[in-house]
Design a binder for this molecule. Sequence first.
Ligand code: SF4
Length: 455
Amino acid sequence: MCGVVGVYCNDENLTSKITYYLLFSLQHRGQESAGIATFHNNMVHLHKGMGLLNEVFSQEILNRINGSSAIGHVRYSTTGESKIENAQPLLVKSKAGMIAVAHNGNLVNYWGLRMKLENESRVFLTDSDTEVIAQLLSNYLLKYGIQESLAKLDEALIGSYTLTMLINDKIVGFRDPLGFKPLCVGEADFGYVIASESCAIDAVGAKLIRDVKPGEAVIIETNNVEFVKIAKSNKKALCVFEYIYFARPDSIIDGKSVYEARHNMGRILAKESYVEADIISSIPDSGITASIGFSQESGIPYLEALIKNRYVGRTFIMPEQKLREFSVKLKVNAVRRNVEGKRVVLVDDSIVRGTTSRKIVEMVRKAGAKEVHFRVGSPPIIAPCYFGIDMSTREELIASSRSVEEIRKMLNADTLAYLSLDGLLKAVGFDRKELCLACLTSLYPVEVPGERCCG
Ligand code: SF4
């Protein structure tokens, strides 16, 4: 997770505020820290802090950091602890100038690269893989232009890296050749914007131009936008979990509507695993769209069994297990009137650790449900993600070593069914070769030590 943005604005007083609004629309991608870097008078002005965007920025701070170009970041930590030093954008000063980098993704070869740079006497101020990217890039920029430097960077890095960068006054967006994480570009009357998701582009009244393609860079300089092919690859590995869970349903990613994909997941799930029931309910919020699809296909009415407290962050993206368990109780409550004496189907987008799902089944039973059936809009997550999502060990994943029946017993559900892999592919409308499915298949699109690569 993490959200990245970039802005070119022809009114210097608006740039940081537009960046703030873009990030605000991507707050679901990271809630641990936020930061904005602007370029003004040959200097990068940076402000970042821990917490939500509105905790980190005030009107006064936004007034202070001006300039016509900016990048921004909201963070959810994967490599590197959740601490202020690791908040982004990261800034590097060298003879090549000032470079600020915001990163969504995770490098598989981070430690090897870092050791190599440390052996060359480079000093690191953080334990984030983004600093390796920033240091390498500043090295390359001493010798090469931007395009050649990005090509060199691509040769060095293994893993997922969607980047927005300030290279002096230029704004650069870059997507790794497999395109794990999304990036798109929009145009508005004030200039150009780059963002992880199109919902952010909509939020600032801009018009989506198009997605940055895998291996492509977008370079924005004084109201001129240029797309440049940097790296070639004969395959793609778009993260399928963007469609299942991460992205906002109002976003369009790589030409596909996230809402439509999720709705299809629910419809196909209903065909694959219909069950006699009185109501269908989602696990709010990310299960809503799939549960509507399930209800429409099955003909079973949609009714809310659970109500979400909207002021609690997403439980999945709290970094510590203890906090995660605690926040489930704060997050949802059962609607007794809707579930008492009923056969209830609960639809969720996915099950990661299973702790939230178990507590929710228990909550709905306690509220008087006669039967609780669990339906999941994705196949079981059986393997860790090394590309930017915090589910890093197999032991943490409930489905890595258990059958569906064993999981059903652990959740205490009357029945449990997952969407099939074929059903998922049909729902998102991509060919298998275009997607990363590693956490569902245990076959990785790049070499990861100790794991099988699908070539
Ligand atoms: S392993 Fe799963 S979560 Fe990670 S990039 Fe691939 S599809 Fe996305």
